[in-house]
Design a protein around this ligand. Structure first.
Ligand code: HEM
Length: 421
């Protein structure tokens, strides 16, 4: 189907682009329409838009696709990617093997499952402290009071950012993370670049401090990370610290925000969790599938590749709409239904293939503890706003705020502690 045909078909069905701010509330009916009509859509800017689960999963895993924006010869104006390329050229998410394999394995040595597990008691006490501060008031903004501070404090403590510096990061990170959004105007791009520079400068100073005086934190561990004498290059260390920082909370914050809204809009599923807190693990996976924080990622063909009968030519960009893939009925029965006990649930909320989210274990743990604790401690939680609004960001999907009301509950034991704890 030609480009204009899809645009006309959307218009005829009274629908418009899922990227438009007015469609933030429910992009899913548009995704469904596009997936059913033209699952591999050749967009006006030359890129390919994939909305089926199997196509997106293939794209993420096929080594004939690259994440390196420098390979882009078609699609969005490559000059617009210039500054992102400059700053991001040593970000692991924009590297291909063997550089990606080397960097990722070095970082993984410092970011082990054991290290993540050791954070559990601290994350639990943090969530408790954050809820202690609001529980008597009977109301809170889930974003400002829990979803934002939780991952920010966790990632700052993990990286070794001193508490007094944390506030500086809020605006920097919000602006810099917009660079991940391929759909930026010039002003937002400039703001993002400036914020990125501030973050780089901040981490440059902190790395020097840790080099002189190592501590028990991830930065010091990254400095020490070695495989067969292969140390992280200075630029890699800085970009990794910045990436972990941004990836570490812009996303997790929206898992808690989007997830709480989904549960409040599906009270039967909230009640299921309340009656059986052991469902919190499958529940968090389902929230990642149903309305996950990362909606889009992209790859560039290193050679001509066929997917679903279309040929993606070398240098062209293919965009995986993860949010659409996660609602594909071919993969998920009754995909628009929230089912906190859903198994199997091989969602693409954390991506797939070699770039699968490095922080998935941490994000899962933060999400599980946040939902478990909210459910145990807050009774009769309900929305205090009729129509929550979304941030002006397409790739990372999240709310501006989420006002809720509740009453405090007598404490109940947690379900998120590991077996035998
Ligand atoms: C709910 C929270 C999170 C979600 C939904 C999420 C989602 C994702 C997705 C979809 C990707 C793959 C992008 C692609 O293939 O193009 C990714 C990669 C990545 N994530 Fe996450 N993420 C989350 C939390 C975190 C946390 C807490 C950290 C670290 C502290 C983190 C660090 C990373 C890194 C470093 C990569 C790049 C991995 C690579 O290129 O090999 N993420 N994430």
């Amino acid at each position: 189907m030609a480009v204009t045909d899809l645009a006309a078909a959307l218009a005829e069905a009274n629908l418009s682009s899922p990227m438009l701010p007015e469609n933030r509330g429910d992009p899913y009916r548009i995704y469904r329409f596009i997936r059913e009509r033209e699952p591999i859509h050749h967009a006006p800017d030359g890129s390919w838009v994939l909305t089926r689960y199997d196509h997106c999963a293939t794209l993420l895993r096929d080594p004939r696709f690259s994440t390196n924006p420098a390979r882009l010869t078609e699609g969005p104006d490559p000059s617009a990617m210039g500054p992102v390329r400059q700053v991001g050229s040593s970000l692991m998410m924009f590297l291909d093997p063997p550089d990606h394999t080397r960097l990722r394995s070095l970082v993984s040595q410092a970011f082990t499952p054991r290290m993540v597990e050791s954070l559990r008691p601290r994350i639990q006490s943090l969530v408790d402290e954050l809820l202690d501060a609001v529980v008597e008031k009977g109301e809170m903004d889930v974003l400002a009071d829990l979803a934002y501070p939780l991952p920010t404090v966790v990632i700052c403590e993990l990286l070794g950012v001193p508490p007094e510096d944390r506030d500086k990061f809020k605006a920097w990170s919000a602006d810099a993370s917009r660079l991940l959004d391929g759909y930026l105007d010039k002003a937002a791009m400039d703001k993002g670049m400036v914020a990125g520079m501030y973050l780089f400068q901040y981490f440059t100073d902190l790395v020097e401090a840790r080099r002189a005086d190592p501590r028990d934190d991830l930065l010091s561990a990254l400095l020490a990370a070695e495989t067969a004498g292969d140390k992280l290059a200075h630029a890699e260390l800085l970009s990794t610290a910045t990436l972990l920082f941004i990836a570490g909370f812009e996303t997790t914050m929206n898992l808690v925000g989007n997830g709480t809204l989904a549960l409040l809009r599906n009270p039967d599923q909230l009640a299921r969790l309340r009656n059986d807190l052991s469902l919190v693990r499958t529940g968090v996976e389902e929230l990642l599938r149903y309305d996950g924080p990362v909606h889009v990622t992209a790859r560039i063909a290193k050679e001509d590749v066929q997917i679903g009968g279309e040929t993606i030519r070398e240098g062209e960009q293919a965009v995986a709409i993860l949010g659409a893939a996660n609602r594909d009925p071919e993969q998920f029965p009754d995909p628009d239904r929230l089912d906190v006990g859903r198994t199997p649930n091989k969602h693409l909320g954390f991506g797939g293939g070699p770039h699968f989210c490095l922080g998935a274990a941490l994000a899962r743990m933060e999400g599980q503890i946040a939902f478990d604790t909210m459910i145990r401690r807050l009774r009769d939680m309900e929305l205090a706003t009729s129509e929550p609004t979304y941030r002006d960001h397409y790739v990372i999907r999240g709310l501006d705020e989420l006002q809720v009301r509740f009453t405090a509950r007598p404490p109940r034991p947690s379900a998120t502690q590991p077996q035998g704890a």
